[in-house]
Design a protein around this ligand. Structure first.
Ligand code: PGA
Length: 256
């Protein structure tokens, strides 16, 4: 088991993909699988904003959890095009992904901004999933641990409740590329993050640390079995129910 006492989480990040029809098909299929086979894994689905309400209705009464891919740091106001954490909570979201490397790059999001969003998410009752990860250059120059440590310290400044906080370690160079770090590098990073969390936060021992970046059915069990890996943040493979479910099963097997 990756960390005794921590229930793993597999989260599907659809990014800017999908349609109403796909939302309907995928959520119904996941719901049917989950009611047939109860696995010791939390399952979270994060569709784009326009599909969240539909997904919430389709999940109603099931154990599936709903998440968004971003929120604003303010509770309301003149922020055209943005969405507040309270709005996401109101329509049934459980979690929100924050600081994904695509947002850090496409929208120039700083760690300080992510820290404000995480604070707003927690205040609204959402679980922030805070993403961190090094670039290929930073990995090659031996800076990965230092960079991720800095991102965590800066993106995550208040003492969150461990039950309601998740860190996702996603090496930027592994996202959507089919490349995955060596097993010992994932383990070294996750152990480093755990020590940092324990040192900085009262509940640091209980915070989930997900791995993300090219997780697929063929590598899920191996990655999920690594010490201190408490689940996965899945992009591309979360768009196909068979693949996503196979990853969830791999994660469940890692707990045995
Ligand atoms: P990927 O994306 O699984 O397609 O590599 C992961 C992510 O960006 O969360």
């Amino acid at each position: 088991m990756a960390t005794p006492g921590i229930r793993p989480l597999v989260a599907g990040n659809w990014k800017m993909n999908g349609s109403l029809a796909m939302t309907d098909t995928l959520i119904r299929a996941l719901r049917a699988k989950q009611s047939d086979i109860q696995l010791p894994v939390d399952i979270l689905v994060c569709p784009p904003f326009p599909y969240l309400s539909t997904a919430a209705s389709l999940m109603s009464g099931s154990n599936l959890q709903l998440g968004a891919q971003d929120c604003h740091a303010s509770p309301n106001g003149a922020h055209t095009g943005d969405v507040a954490a309270g709005m996401l909570r109101e329509i049934g979201c459980h979690s929100v992904i924050l600081g994904h490397s695509e947002r850090r790059t496409d929208h120039d999001e700083s760690s300080a901004e992510i820290a404000s969003k995480a604070k707003a998410a927690a205040a609204a009752g959402l679980t922030p999933i805070i993403c961190v990860g090094e670039t290929k250059h930073q990995r090659d120059t031996g800076e990965a641990l230092k960079i991720v440590e800095k991102q965590i310290i800066e993106s995550f400044s208040i003492d969150f409740n461990a039950e309601k906080t998740v860190i996702a370690y996603e090496p930027v160079w592994a996202i959507g590329t089919g490349l995955v770090p060596m097993k010992q590098d994932i383990e070294a990073m996750h152990r480093h993050i755990r020590e940092l969390l324990k040192h900085r936060f009262t509940d640091g021992a209980g915070i989930k640390i997900l791995y993300g970046g090219s997780v697929k059915p063929s590598n899920a069990l191996e990655i999920m079995s690594i010490a201190e890996v408490n689940g996965a943040l899945v992009g591309g493979a979360s768009l196909k129910v068979e693949d996503f479910w196979a990853i969830i099963e791999g994660c469940a097997k890692s707990t045995i």
